[in-house]
Design a protein around this ligand. Structure first.
Ligand code: ADP
Length: 700
């Protein structure tokens, strides 16, 4: 956990907003009419069984035909239905209907009414459909529930990037995200960061990957126990790709027979169990926070101000052989606890077995807890986790959407599951690529009779997250803003009477979001980039890796690509011959390919490349800590590559008459060759970050 003033400042704004929001919410609750119970499973990709038949496209449907009825929108409790905003109307009070422009009597610019609504294809939205519909309605955008022949601005997918073939617009999934957040892949990505920055990444429990690391797990536990016989750890075994607590169990002894029994059949992660969680009402709980990855390059991260807290239903006791199997005591999954007789559906967002996170913060703050610090640590955890995930995501991205070919841009809402320890330190449990966006849950009215009931807590949090994600991604926002500015100017110059229809419409239109609540997503990156950019070493390694991949669409480096990397970065020397580099490639690649399930491409994956890179860095810069060795080698590689690019640029210029229009071949690099890095002598920054001797091309 990071300490110190800069990080404490990170969340200064947050406390005010979160607590203010909670106070308002607490006040609202007193007047809110009972309208159903809270709760529904926080499902993930795995459980959202992907292959439900897609709705058939309507044969006779006209483009944009508002008569095509989608699934009826969910019925909302009266208190939740927001009044229809008026600002989506054109200045004359007429709604914007496609193909029918507004008649103007005052000579306003034609574009004023011609701005079409943003179009959203919701045909693959699945369980997020209800919350998405409400969001689109609130924004006055146009939904295409059965898809559209023409491209849409935004495509909303329920499961993955590949739900649909899209060539333009924006899609709410990144290629590769589902793979990246699987338990094993996430543990591997975090472990690389833990090797480089152990202090900064101590928010993730120590984990071992099964079956590969079973012997290592047993040996390491024995070693620690030998050193400290009073250590009585508990471990949690989680199947890879599992969800909703499925197949999870606790063990005290690594040699537990069940563990060895399932070892070969199901890959899993075994993890140190956090024995001292923060309790509320004597119950363990976890937090589901929503994080928007708005862009990968440059990196842009937003966090939702509110999330959900899911409670256990049996009072917590530290694990002992007697209670290890009490799932209602140890696992916070909604899908498990809903089956407990103690589960409380509540109409309030601050009581019951599922509550808003802001209600928890409010309660903690009333007990004197420094919630600024809690938020600051959570923000830090989120940024660091995303930094661990992005390098490989970039590899997926360039494979699915190669540069220079048509393709959509991506964004994604992620669900972060976080546990607060008794000392308030946040611990990352897992990241969900498809956090449940359901806003209703099934309730058994009488034996065997079920009904879908709106869930207040879910709706309050999730609709805001989807709607505000759309607002942030709005492709027409700039256009709309510049048009309303233009109009404002033109109105001012015409000295319209202050109460004319047009003048007031212009004021309304100057801020088309005026009818909406303030945005619930807060930018944390690049806002706090300065404090975290030093961690982005693997990101820079991924840029090198991608540069040498060669064939578009591949994700693995071939032997020739690796040789070119060694040669172009001038890494071979008397102590590392090209033959030795070849052997390094073969050794590491073979080992990684035997461990990973994905056998589609042969060659070296990014993690294998990172391992080779660490090895080369350690050889070259012997006396430094690992992250400085690695940073020095990256500097050196980037330096030689920028020289090479410069050389190619010069050759290109001299070789053609239209030299000024030529670009350097290969990955764009800095225009001028920087000064060479001081090999083996990195200069530490005052903030402890490794200072590079030339500009980093990956950092936004
Ligand atoms: P799943 O994807 O199946 O829900 P999780 O990793 O979220 O798997 O784990 C399920 C639950 O187990 C969590 O919600 C949490 O309550 C508990 N849990 C998971 N990991 C730990 C841990 N390391 N220490 C304590 N509790 C944990």
């Amino acid at each position: 956990m990071l300490r110190g003033s800069p990080e404490r400042e990170l969340a200064a704004w947050w406390e005010a907003e979160a607590v203010a929001g909670t106070k308002a919410q607490a006040a609202n609750e007193q007047v809110r009419v009972d309208s159903g119970a809270a709760g529904e499973p926080e499902r993930k990709a795995g459980e959202e069984q992907p292959k439900e038949p897609a709705p058939a496209p309507p044969c006779a449907a006209e483009e944009g035909d508002a008569r095509i009825p989608p699934r009826p929108p969910p019925t909302l409790p009266v208190s939740l239905v927001k009044p229809e905003p008026v600002s989506g109307l054109c200045p004359h009070g007429k709604s914007r209907i496609k193909g029918r422009s507004c008649k103007r009597s005052s000579g306003q610019p034609d574009e004023y009414c011609s701005l079409r609504p943003v179009t959203v294809d919701s045909s693959k939205a699945r369980t997020s459909l209800d919350a998405l519909k409400i969001s689109i309605r609130q924004l006055k955008w146009k939904e295409f529930p059965f898809g559209r022949r023409l491209p849409c601005d935004i495509y909303w997918h329920g499961v993955s990037f590949h739900d649909n073939d899209i060539l333009s617009g924006q899609v709410n999934k990144f290629p590769g995200m589902t793979e990246m957040v699987r338990k094993i892949t996430l543990s591997r990505a975090v472990r690389i960061m833990q090797n480089l920055f152990p202090e900064e990444y101590n928010f993730y429990p120590r984990s071992w990957i099964l079956p590969d690391e079973f012997q290592l797990f047993v040996a390491q536990v024995r070693m620690v126990k030998d050193g400290d016989p009073s250590w009585k750890p508990t471990f949690i075994v989680k199947p890879d790709g599992g969800c909703q607590g499925d197949g999870i169990y606790l063990i005290k002894d690594p040699n537990d027979i069940r563990l060895s029994g399932t070892l070969q059949s199901r890959p899993a992660v075994v993890q140190e169990y956090i024995c001292k969680p923060l309790l509320i009402d004597k119950l363990k709980f976890d937090i589901r926070l929503y994080v928007l990855l708005k862009s990968l390059e440059p990196l842009e991260i937003y966090i939702a101000k509110d999330g959900l807290s899911r409670f256990c239903t049996e009072p917590y006791q530290e694990p002992s052989p007697k209670n290890l199997h009490h799932i209602f005591m140890h696992l916070t999954n909604y899908s498990l606890n809903i089956h407990s007789g103690n589960f409380i559906h509540s109409d309030s967002t601050s009581t019951g077995s599922k509550r808003t996170f802001s209600s928890i913060l409010y309660r903690l703050s009333s007990k004197g807890v420094d919630i600024k610090k809690v938020w600051s640590d959570i923000i830090s955890l989120v940024i660091k986790t995303v930094i661990a995930l992005t390098p490989e995501l970039k590899v997926f991205y360039q494979s699915d959407i190669p540069a220079g070919r048509p393709g959509p841009t991506c964004f994604q809402i992620l669900g972060f599951d976080i546990l607060l320890m008794k000392n308030l330190k946040p611990i990352l449990l897992e990241v969900n690529a498809n956090p449940s966006m359901r806003i209703e849950h099934e309730q058994e009215l009488s034996p065997g009779v079920f009904e879908n009931v709106p869930s207040l807590v879910d709706e309050e949090v999730k609709v805001a997250v989807i709607r505000d994600t759309l607002r942030l991604m709005d492709p027409l926002k700039k256009k709309r803003e510049s048009q309303s500015q233009l109009l404002g100017k033109s109105l001012a110059s015409k000295e319209n009477p202050p109460h004319s229809d047009l003048a007031s419409a212009s004021q309304g239109n100057a801020n088309p979001d005026a009818h909406l609540p303030s945005i619930c997503l807060k930018q944390v990156f690049p806002k706090y980039a300065k404090q975290f950019n030093y961690l982005r070493l693997v990101d820079r390694m991924a840029n090198l890796f991608i540069r040498f991949l060669g064939i578009k669409g591949t994700m693995k480096l071939g032997p020739t690509g690796f040789r070119t990397f060694i040669r172009n970065c001038k890494l071979s020397s008397s102590s590392l011959s090209m033959a030795a580099a070849d052997i390094l490639y073969i050794d590491i690649t073979r080992r990684w390919n035997s461990m990973t399930v994905d056998q589609r491409d042969s060659g070296m994956c990014l993690q294998a490349f990172v391992e080779a890179f660490f090895y080369l860095a350690q050889r070259k810069f012997k006396m430094l800590p690992l992250h400085e060795q690695v940073a020095s080698l990256i500097d050196l590689c980037e330096y030689h590559l920028s020289l090479l690019d410069e050389k190619r640029l010069v050759c290109g210029r001299s070789g053609t008459s239209s030299a000024s229009r030529l670009q350097p071949s290969g990955t764009p690099q800095e225009a001028a060759p920087p000064a060479p890095p001081a090999e083996g002598r990195p200069q530490p920054c005052t903030d402890g970050a490794h200072k590079v001797s030339h500009s980093r091309h990956t950092v936004s």
